[in-house]
Design a protein around this ligand. Structure first.
Ligand code: MBD
Ligand code: FE
Length: 312
């Protein structure tokens, strides 16, 4: 039996009551958003004939998702993080702002407070011996495309098992392993030594994986390195690079891959390069310059602090 009750006046009135629109107290913006979201949900239940069994399965899944702390994990998996980036890009385009270094999603695994150094840092503690040594470097540029000394480069990535420090289910990694803050030197240069990370996969058996499986999808990401880059007078840039050659570069469950964010990985095995980097064997080198954009009317019109607070 198919029924439609959404358009009934008493149901429309009920949605207003549920959203507090008949009350003076509360937050008007919250009321507006909840009224719209609840209306869309009621309508979906009506249109798709969502059964009580299906509905309560969804409620149980939300409880599991929250208990596992995975709201921030299914969010990129369902494309919301990327959609928000596309909106920021469209807002920039409408204002005539070009982003020479594209933004892409932050993801849920940043941790504030990583050790800080100037010019250079080693990110890994040497305990992940399966990883190929990586040297990555570049110049941070200001909105006039001039080198930007003092710019802050926050970088984080996972190990060869796909685990991030602070979120390592084996508990094996030291705090802030593969997480550093590098202040660009007097020439605007940043440089770090680490290992090439592996890809990431959502936790097996998790609520996030359950939903993705039901959609016929996987929960894997290509190998990547995350960045926040900030400097006075400029908007904070949130981005990532992918490790060239990873077979999942165009099959990322989090949809973070973008043109301009897959720099060349150059294999170095000549003595001169090895010596110049104080290494004792071959390594992979990535050069990646970064271009920041100006504040808009003196403010960063695209920064979000909430997610950072959540993760810290
Ligand atoms: C990650 O490492 C990540 O970057 C994202 C977006 C989601 C899950 C894990
Ligand atoms: Fe990541």
């Amino acid at each position: 039996m198919t029924v439609k009750i959404f358009d009934r006046p008493d149901v429309q009135e009920f949605l207003k009551v549920v959203s507090g629109l008949d009350k003076a107290d509360g937050n008007p913006r919250m009321k507006e958003i909840i009224h719209r979201l609840m209306s869309d949900l009621f309508k979906a239940i009506d249109d798709l004939n969502i059964t009580p069994d299906e509905y309560w399965t969804g409620v149980a899944w939300l409880n599991d998702l929250g208990a596992a702390g995975q709201a921030g994990l299914i969010s990129p998996g369902l494309g919301l993080d990327h959609f928000i980036d596309e909106r920021l890009d469209a807002i920039d385009a409408a204002m005539g702002i070009d982003n020479p270094t594209p933004r892409t999603i932050e993801g849920p695994l940043y941790v504030a407070g990583a050790p800080e150094s100037t010019g250079f840092a080693r990110l890994d503690d040497g305990s992940d011996t399966d990883g190929q040594t990586l040297i990555m470097h570049g110049v941070v540029h200001d909105a006039d495309k001039k080198p930007m000394p003092g710019a802050k480069v926050e970088v984080w990535h996972c190990d060869t098992r796909g685990f991030y420090s602070h979120f390592d289910p084996t508990g094996k990694q030291a705090p802030f392993n593969m997480r550093r803050t590098i202040i660009a030197d007097e020439n605007g240069r940043y440089k770090f030594q680490s290992i090439l990370p592996s890809g990431y996969g959502v936790p097996p058996g998790s609520p996030t994986e359950h939903l993705l499986s039901a959609l016929g999808r996987h929960g894997q990401r290509p190998a990547h390195i995350h960045f926040f880059i900030s400097a006075p007078g400029h908007r904070k840039l949130t981005t990532q690079i992918n490790i060239e050659g990873d077979p999942l570069i165009n099959d990322d469950f989090a949809y973070a891959t973008r043109d301009g964010l897959v720099p060349r990985v150059v294999e170095r095995n000549d003595e001169e390069s090895i010596h110049a980097n104080n290494l004792n064997g071959p390594f992979a080198e990535i050069e990646f310059d970064i271009f920041l954009t100006s504040l808009v009317d003196g403010v960063d019109n695209q920064v979000n602090e909430k997610r950072k607070r959540e993760a810290a």
